[in-house]
Ligand binder design. Structure first.
Ligand code: NI
Length: 383
């Protein structure tokens, strides 16, 4: 297996040097498909130009899903790695190169023992996790290529743990991500004659403050939610009352029901605050992925496997970041999933220009996913 370890290192370097943005992962896809087909692994067509889905095994047991993502970010790399990005303004700053090669390793290991596999694995190399809007996870799940999987396992690089540590935690681990834009329509006028117009700025200001009460007054103190107004814009000079004001931001929650209650409160406040100030509110709501919620029985199995392999297990820190892995747990129907944080050291947070992964974490993570996949093929999500 020393050979696979070396090959993985070479693939990681190659993908890291040539990062590709969401839905542009052509070379990465070519490499992944080449390695898979060279190993005699069968691909399932998604009808998508980038990304790949493979199927391994023909045992009578359970069908399980393994998911990785492959896109990079529009960030100028500032590491001094010998294999730093050669593409200006593009960087694997979220470790999706690491995810791709880890799952590629797991796929090759599963292929080597295909005839003994108790069930079957559907292995996803997903494009466009970072895209926003309709992301790669939604498209792969909707393509039907992953319909057979009864449960799904995924990983994410985690710089706050060293290599050799895994973050495994029951329940919600990533938030739902919705984006909003509210345009408050008023009537412009001279700054000296406010009574001849309808100034959108006081209404916008009130709305920004009112929205802060959703988390503090609408949710229970034991519930988790977030409303951030990240952008506010109105007018462009000192002596003109503008015709409209715009705010944009994001709403996040760790629970689908909380997410829906925040949205209802948001609409109520936006519409009625606008009305109070004689404005009209136009609300655009862009629903992103739902919360990622880890299945308890899968967590228990993962802990067993990880302990057996000598990993240190830690509880991962909660985050309001989002992940479209949740799409596989929802489309075409609800199914259990597990999102594991793999310690990759380095210290710089994901999306930082100095973010790095410790490549030593890769091969052991592949072994972990191979073994957990086999355990799940035997037992399904029932544990
Ligand atoms: Ni990521």
């Amino acid at each position: 297996m020393e050979q696979l370890r070396e090959k993985q290192m070479a693939w990681l370097r190659q993908i890291h040097e040539h990062p590709e943005l969401s839905y542009e992962e052509y070379e990465t896809t070519r490499l992944v498909k080449q390695v898979l087909t060279d190993a005699g692994i069968q691909l399932i067509d998604t009808g998508m130009p980038t990304g790949a889905v493979a199927t391994i095994g023909h045992g009578p047991g359970h069908v399980i899903g393994l998911r990785s993502d492959m896109d990079a970010l529009p960030i100028q790399e500032e590491t001094d790695l010998p294999y730093a990005s050669r593409e200006p303004g593009k960087m694997h700053a979220c470790g999706h190169d690491f995810h791709t090669v880890t799952m590629l390793g797991a796929a090759l290991m599963l292929k080597e023992m295909e005839d003994q596999l108790p069930g079957r694995a559907v292995v996803v190399f997903q494009p466009a996790e970072e895209s926003g809007g309709v992301s790669g996870g939604t498209r792969v799940a909707e393509s039907g290529a992953t319909d057979d999987a009864e449960l799904f396992l995924a990983l994410h690089s985690y710089p706050h743990f060293e290599a050799g540590t895994l973050g495994i935690k029951e329940g919600p681990v990533m938030a739902s991500v919705d984006a909003f834009k509210v345009t408050l329509k008023g009537v412009g006028s001279h700054a000296a004659t406010p009574h001849k117009g309808v100034d959108p700025i006081p209404g916008m200001s009130a709305l920004v403050l009112n929205l802060q009460t959703i988390v503090s007054r609408v949710l229970s103190p034991f519930e988790t939610g977030l409303v951030t107004v990240a952008h506010a814009q109105a007018g462009n000079t000192w002596n003109v009352i503008p015709t409209e004001a715009v705010i944009e931001g994001t709403v996040r929650a760790m629970d689908q029901r909380v997410r829906e209650r925040i949205k209802a409160a948001f609409y109520r406040m936006a519409e009625h605050t606008a009305e109070t100030y004689g404005l009209r509110a136009e609300i655009e709501w862009l629903a992103g992925p739902g919360p990622v919620v880890n299945d308890e029985r899968l967590c228990a199995m993962a802990r067993e496997v990880a302990t057996g392999l000598g990993f240190v297990i830690d509880r991962q820190e909660d985050t309001m970041g989002g992940e479209d892995f949740s799409e596989y747990l929802r489309i075409p129907h609800k199914r259990p999933g597990l999102f594991v944080r793999v310690g990759t050291g380095g210290g710089y947070a994901n999306h930082h220009p100095k973010f790095t992964v410790d490549p030593e974490a890769m091969y052991p993570a592949s072994v972990f996913f191979r073994d957990l996949a086999i355990r799940c093929m035997e037992r399904g999500a029932e544990g």
